[in-house]
Design a protein around this ligand. Sequence first.
Ligand code: HEC
Ligand code: HEC
Length: 439
Amino acid sequence: MNRNRVIRCAWIFWAVLVSAFFVGTAVAHDLTPIERLGKFIFFDKNLSINRNQSCAACHAPQVGWTGPEAALNKGGAVYEGSIAGRFGNRKPPSSAYATLSPILHYQMQDGEAVFIGGNFWDGRATGERLGNPAADQAQGPFLNPLEQALPDSACVVYRVCTANYPVSFQGVWGAGACDIEWPADVETVCATEGGMVELSDDDRAKSETAYDNIALSIAAYEDSFKVNAFTSKFDYYLAGKVRLTVWEKWGLRLFTTKGKCANCHTLDPAGPDGEPLFTDFTYDNLGVPRNPHNPFYNEPTFNPDGKDWVDEGLGGFLATRSDYKMYAEENYGKQKVPTVRNVDKRPSKRFVKAYGHNGYFKSLWGIVHFYNTRDVKPVCPDPFTTEAKALCQGCWPEPEVAANVNTDELGNLGLNTWEEIAIVAFLKTLSDGYQPSWR
Ligand code: HEC
Ligand code: HEC
């Protein structure tokens, strides 16, 4: 090899190395095409009957992917759908870290079926259909009459196929993915409740495949580093890059010991890189009281039971399944253990967030105080007492569902006020988007 060739080889070597570095960093900081497509779908308001509501209306990044309206969070904490005046019956949980929930299944423990996984507070997005609970979940809201309210899944497909996203659906899912012959009246049908798009059998099958792929695109985005970010102060602490304050450390200790929080909001390494997810994806009835402001109590069309309605949680769903029906009773009132990542993520200090499946609690201290004193304080005379009034009166209302209330792990923790405050200080280290000073 002469000297020139050696120099040329060295040049090529460096060129390859340098471009590999840039490609590498570009890949590390960009969404893939399918994730980008999912993102455009997630934020697209056109994908609702009145073209006024996207997924982000109830799952916004600046509040940790839950409801972004402080005024609603202060009261019923339940969000209005695309059709004005129609509300659901539960508080939006965070849509972050939801993709990491396993497919709903159960394990026998001491003669009891313990259910694990799924999405939604009651686990009804099982993941059995598309192999991931978050993908199954993503097919729900578009067609839920209390949410985005489109009359037919073909309407979602039509609007995605005709959208002008910078990443097209066919670009990701293949030329022909949108080759469907739409009837002339498709626009009108899709803007009308109860409508059904007329399609040939072939086109209907194609549309159904496309609807599955829309859900998979959303789940891909939800699974990306933009949503499952793992960028909280606590993540940097685990990586040895920042320190926790004395209060935060004390709170962490209480979280795993006297407070028993980690029994359910576990710190086990379970994320893609061994990060803790702060949920074991099981279900429990904490005895959370009714939220008197839940608008669902006053929606006779969808809730004929009025104020007698109770949220049956997992048990309610299991009762609808022939294979799980026998386990329904022991699971009435149980709700999914949510991650506590991002529970304090909010756009400003005074912005109110709601906690629990019905948003009964309005502050982190309020819910921690409930864990600590549920069984210590007397029961409020009125089962429909708000958190603020209960705190004022020194009582807690009876549970929304009396059956299966967990009395082993909460209710009387014996924490003093300082210990409660320390746990809250720790919870505040779990917000993504932390900017360490060395950055
Ligand atoms: C009108 C408000 C609203 C809209 C719009 C909405 N959601 Fe939700 N979302 C909720 C509520 C309420 C729940 C809990 C419902 C339940 O458990 O029955 C929920 C649950 C979820 C969950 C489950 C999280 C978990 O850990 O179990 C995910 C993920 C999610 N939504 C994603 C989406 C996506 C994707 C869209 C758009 C296709 C969307 N949401 C549109 C209100 C909304
Ligand atoms: C026995 C299991 C269990 C234990 C122990 C437990 N939690 Fe929970 N946590 C849950 C369940 C289940 C919910 C949802 C309950 C509901 O809404 O009905 C929840 C909800 C929450 C929420 C609200 C999250 C949201 O998005 O609405 C916070 C915050 C929270 N827990 C913090 C804690 C802290 C702090 C402790 C310890 C003091 C603790 N939890 C102990 C199971 C548990």
